[in-house]
Design a protein around this ligand. Sequence first.
Ligand code: FAD
Length: 344
Amino acid sequence: MLIGCRNSQFFVDFSHHFSSPMENLHHFGGLLNWKKKRRKKSQTRAFVEVKPNGCVKVSLENCVHRPPAERSRDIVVVGAGVAGAALAYALGKDGRKVHVIERDLREPNRIVGELLQPGGYLKLIELGIEDCIEEIGSQKVFGYALYKDGKNTKLAYPLENFDSHVSGRSFHHGRFIQRLREKAASLPNVKLEQGIVTPLLEENGIVKGVQYKTKAGKVLKAYAHLTIVCDGCFSNLRHSLCNPKVEIPSCFVGLILENCNLPYTNHGHVILANPSPILFYPISSTEIRCLVDVPGQKVPSIATGEMANYLRTIVAPQVPFGLTKFLQLYPKRTFHVLGASSIV
Ligand SMILES: Cc1cc2nc3c(=O)[nH]c(=O)nc-3n(C[C@H](O)[C@H](O)[C@H](O)COP(=O)(O)OP(=O)(O)OC[C@H]3O[C@@H](n4cnc5c(N)ncnc54)[C@H](O)[C@@H]3O)c2cc1C
C-alpha cells in the first residue's frame, strides 16, 4: 500500500495492498467494481481528506460505484435447475457470496431429470445435499429390466462395495428441484431471486455480470467476479458464447400411470420396441412414469387424438406386461412432450 499527500488530502494507492479483486471487494463491502491492472499500478486511488473538525472524508478515483441494487457479489449464477441450485449451495458453503437468478421459482413440471443414477446419489453425498431426495416420495432404484423380442433380463447396478443406502433414486423432478433451491437459499450468503436474465454484461470482452428483469418487471443489473450460466438445454444465453449445432433426433412423450405395478420392483424398465424405446420407472409409491421415444421432431397431435391412437396401436401392444389397459385409457390424460436434443 502506498500513501501520499497532496495539500490537505492523503491519497492511498491500494494496488499493492489487495492481492485479489475478491479481497478488495470484501474490504469495501461490495460497493466497488475493482479492476486491478498490474501494469498501471496507481490506477485506483482512495483520497482521504482530513477536515478541520477532525472528520475524515474518503473519496475514490477510478472506481465504478454501483447503486445498491447492482452491488457486486462474488458469483452470479443464472438458472436454478439441478446444476445452478447445487452449484449455488456448494459455492455458498465454501463461503462465497452468491446471487442466483432463476426465471421461475415455482415447482417445475417437466419430464426431465427424474432418475438419478447411483453415481449421482454419491455426488449428492459429496456435496452435502443428499437430504434433498428425502421427503419427496423418492423411490430406490437398484437396476434395470430390459425387454426385447419377447425376452427379458435384469441388470443390477454393481453396488456390492457400497453401503446399503446407496442406490439410484427416482422422483418427481420438480419436487427435487424445490428441495435443492430451498437448501441453497437456506445459506445466508446465497441470494435466490426470481428474474429473467436477458443479456450478459460485458466490458472489454469480459463478462462482468448480467442484466435481468425481476418478477415485478424492474430491469436490474447484477455484477460479480464470476458469472456462471446454468440455463439448461433451451439456453438463450449460450449463443453469445458459442454457436453449437443442436439436433433433435426424437421427442419424449411422458405420461404418469397411477396405481399399477411394474414386474420388477425398484427397477427401471426399458423396452427395446419398434421404432424406438419405451421406458417405465416409479416416481413415487403410487405413480409410474412412462416415457415413449417418438422419432423425429414432430409428434402425433395430442389435440386431434393422434397421440392417443399412437399409444393405443403402436406402443401398448409392445408392452409385455399388464399396462396395456392403462395406456389405452390415456386419451383423457395430460401428456408432456419434450425434444431429446443433442449438441453435435
Ligand atoms: C426427456 C429427458 C429426460 C431426462 N431424464 C434424465 C434422468 O432421468 N436423469 C438424469 O440425470 N438426467 C436426465 N435428463 C437430463 C437432465 O434433465 C439435464 O441434464 C438437467 O436437467 C440439466 O440441468 P440444468 O440445471 O443444467 O438445466 P435445467 O434443469 O434445464 O435448468 C435450467 C434452469 O435455468 C432457468 N433459466 C433458463 N433461462 C433462464 C434465464 N434467461 N434467466 C433465468 N433463469 C433461466 C430455467 O428456468 C431452469 O430452472 C433428461 C433430459 C431429457 C430431455
